[in-house]
Design a protein around this ligand. Structure first.
Ligand SMILES: C[S@@+](CC[C@H](N)C(=O)[O-])C[C@H]1O[C@@H](n2cnc3c(N)ncnc32)[C@H](O)[C@@H]1O
Length: 338
């Protein structure tokens, strides 16, 4: 059951965990590559669901073919698992920030490899947890209180009204076209008094000192973001979540903003560790995985052209003098009791 709010129901609380300036670790000033630093941190399914699309050496989902532009192969699953660790570290090992109490029915939308749902089910053995996704890429050895479904969360939901105590969604940037509709469907399906939490990127990178400007890394993001935008996907949902929650009717909305660096250049040990994990997930074929379908399907690039830009971006990403950052948001809100 959800906690009774103690604050005024229309309040929006915002916490900014992003330091105004991320201080650079100057011990890297005389070298330009990482080397050792990284390693030291270091249901039943119908055949049409499993008849995956193979393209440019990667594997893609089949259910709702073409609606998601990232692969679903093992390389991508490994990357999603690294991202799970990055997000856990960003939130100081919390799976969620909403003030839920004794949840009984929970759903993780677009669960990916399902690690969030599995961890949540372990933490709340009394809860029934559903993880849904276009791809059935979740493990089969899971806690008894979690189950995975193949489902398209952009379609009209078959889930009953008022049935979940908690709805969670993480990293749906570049996946979803209509966040407003998705959050309205969450409002309908969460119980009165229940909570919905979205954790997502502002997908547009930046540097506080201009060091990203003019680099191949910036060029990579410009081209790839352009392709996702052309295809109609939301690239920067993080800062817009609060308004979508308000528009849907949620109350007690709470916003927390975090900064996630790329690389081990920050001086602060926590940010350095986040940067190492972030670089590790992108180095694990992330540059190619994110770009291939977007650029070849929507901007008519060749596979070879994508590979060249991806490797140039990766090389820039290893330079200590390029200080790239992304903002990451956690937003939760409560459906009013009445
Ligand atoms: C970047 S991954 C994030 C996975 C997971 N939420 C996490 O944080 O680890 C995005 C996931 O959304 C899924 N997805 C994309 N569009 C979807 C849709 N319309 N319905 C259901 N899942 C979708 C993809 O299959 C992929 O697993």
């Amino acid at each position: 059951m959800a906690e009774t709010p103690t604050q005024e129901q229309t309040t929006t609380a915002t916490i900014n965990n992003a330091p105004a300036n991320v201080e650079v670790d100057t011990s890297f000033e005389n070298d330009s590559s990482y080397g050792d630093e990284l390693s030291s941190y270091s249901a039943s399914l119908i055949s049409s669901v499993l008849d995956y699309r193979h393209e440019n050496g990667r594997r893609y989902h089949k259910f709702r073919d073409g609606s998601y532009l990232l692969p679903n192969d093992e390389t991508e699953s490994d990357r999603l698992d690294m991202l799970h660790e990055l997000f856990l570290q960003t939130l100081h090992r919390k799976l969620y920030l909403a003030p839920i109490k004794n949840p009984q029915r929970v759903i993780d939308l677009a669960t990916g490899t399902g690690l969030w749902a599995i961890d949540f089910a372990d933490l709340h053995p009394q809860a029934e947890v559903i993880g849904c996704d276009l791809s059935p890429i979740q493990p089969t050895m899971v806690p008894p209180n979690v189950k995975f479904l193949v489902d398209d969360i952009e379609s009209d939901w078959a889930y009953e009204k008022n049935q979940f105590d908690f709805i969670h969604a993480r990293f749906l940037a570049i996946s979803i076209r209509d966040f407003g509709k998705l959050i309205r469907q969450c409002y309908r399906s969460v119980k009165p008094g229940g909570w919905v939490e979205f954790q997502d990127w502002d997908g547009y990178p930046y540097s506080e000192d201009g060091s990203l400007n003019g680099t191949k890394l910036q060029l990579y993001y410009d081209e790839v973001i352009g392709a996702f935008e052309k295809a109609g996907y939301e690239v920067g949902p993080g800062p817009k979540l609060e308004q979508w929650f308000k528009d849907a009717g949620f109350v007690n909305i709470h916003v927390e903003k975090f900064v996630i660096p790329y690389g081990v250049w920050p001086k602060d040990p926590h940010l350095k560790k986040l940067g190492a994990w972030n670089q590790a997930q992108a180095d694990a074929s992330g540059y190619e995985g994110v770009a291939l379908a977007a650029l070849t399907r929507h901007k008519q690039w060749t596979k070879e052209e994508v590979i060249v830009l991806a490797s140039q971006a990766r090389a820039d990403g290893r330079k200590h003098n390029i200080h790239m950052l992304h903002d990451f948001y956690v937003v939760y809100g409560q459906r009013p009791e009445n």
